[in-house]
Design a binder for this molecule. Sequence first.
Ligand code: AMP
Ligand code: MG
Length: 355
Amino acid sequence: MPWERVKNTVLLTATSPQLERDALQYACRLLQEGSLVAIPTETVYGLGADALNPKAVERIFQVKGRPADNPLIVHVGSLEQVETLAAEIPGRAVRLARHFWPGPLTLVLPKLDRVPDITTAGLSSVAIRMPAHPLALKLIDVSGLSIAAPSANLSGRPSPTRAEHVLEDLAGRIEAVLDGGPCPVGVESTVLSLLAEPPVLLRPGGVTLEQLEAALEERIIDGTAPLDHGEISKPLSPGMKYRHYATEAPLYLVEGQGERQLKQMLGLCEGFQVQGRKVGLLVTDETVPFFPRLLVESLGSRNNPPAAAAQLFQALRRLDARGAEVIIAEGLEDRDLGRAVMNRLRKAAVEIIKS
Ligand code: AMP
Ligand code: MG
């Protein structure tokens, strides 16, 4: 076998056409026999298993330490494959799939009985998407499987956007990681429920609310609305109620704009330094010069939300790795992909400071 093992987890690299064929075949066999393989997608790495095999799916929950009431997204390779999972495919689903698939949009539809309860955490609906990463699509095609795949991290940690992040969290716990390079979108898919009319946004992600409304030519209910981290009384989607994406160092999110936001960040930083704590900063390029000689990770320019999304999880992991004892994060505007970034930062934060 040409591949390296890390604590017994095979790192399947696919850097030549021959290696890619072999890696896909190897990964395919593992999935078919009920094993776990982390797979690259355009959003984040997913922890893949055969979605219709309850034993395999059960291991996903065990390995991640994922709460049993948080359902999984099932990955397919075509709209036809959706018919093998969903009891009903409304016109809106077809329209959205034609428009955004393959891509970072997950649709929640009524499920067929053959989808095991454990996959959907006992719900009568199933979340489905077609990923845009070529290796993920090839794997679905070659295996003929529908692949359940939540993010391939330990539950609660920042999601993995590189194969090495998966190994950091899961080496020795899963059979293999298929290395497809860095994930270009960098935040998880948008989750949209089509169980009722009008549709309800359950998680902001790679496809924006504005894009969805434009494609459907109708309003969508934003079910994610004010989510100051922590509990919301009646979550529409199980995943909404958990703290997520957390760094080891406590993260303070400073929302707002302009000079007031900057002053808040400078003040906080000084306060932590007086306490003798090593401060890490997660800021935009425009803010970097105000924090010279400090531990800084940039999210790119404030005017480029997609770049911020692509950098986000990696930057969080790096701040931990570089020894930050406390993290101050600069809030972005709640627009475009900034909405998805802010959703993740609010869930990662121990405290949100509004300026
Ligand atoms: P993850 O796989 O970690 O990216 O999380 C999947 C997200 O999709 C979680 O927030 C789930 O709560 C949500 N989800 C999955 N299936 C359903 C469903 N049937 N109904 C509502 N939300 C769902
Ligand atoms: Mg996740």
